[in-house]
Ligand binder design. Sequence first.
Ligand code: ZN
Ligand code: ZN
Length: 235
Amino acid sequence: MQEIMDKTGVRKERVQFTFQVDLEKDLLENEVICPECKGSGMTVTQFNFGLRNAEVLGQPFPFKKQSLSFCQHCCNGVQRKCEFCGNLMARDLYCSCAESQREYRNKAYKEEKARWEEAKKITFEQAVKDYEYLYIYTSKEENFVTPDELEEYLAELKKDDPELKVLIYATKSTYLVMNAKDTVESHADDLHEEAMELISDEKYEELQGFMDKWCEEVKDETLSYYPDYSIGVVI
Ligand SMILES: [Zn+2]
Ligand SMILES: [Zn+2]
């Protein structure tokens, strides 16, 4: 390493600080001082870098410019403890333990339920007639399901969780469409200024015709569904 440094002219200097600070933390019941930074909220960051002519075998970034930056494990030197399992949560809003995840899903479900209540309602029979897919939101997962598959799908989910809560929405669909003029324009950067205007309307229409036909031919492949939150299905 010393040899590489001599060769590249890199020199090492050490900088030492001694801080004497007295920080006050008002903590809530589930908050603790971050064990990573001991509550300072700061940590030493390496800022590794390399030089083109100084690659040390297996070490492309052998040099560093260490400095202080904010601790990535906490906010202001404080971490929250999960109210269920007691684990520290770093900067995460929710812990990954099962109870915390369930709590998170239940809260999200409540919010979704409020939106569903606001939606216009149709019966399941009507939905079967009008929609290829329905959007199913449960306290466990979300999915798109055909009306035919719905009963079996929910029975499978309820096997694991008999308390499962379910909301159903209608769906909207879309598929690939392309615009001839926009497409030509996106390829015209290197052309002379009037190129776009010189192409006749007939030629654009001709290209649009090709594009419409092609998009129609791959419609099955590009057809995409998304939830229509304005229509709720009652089962
Ligand atoms: Zn910290
Ligand atoms: Zn937890």
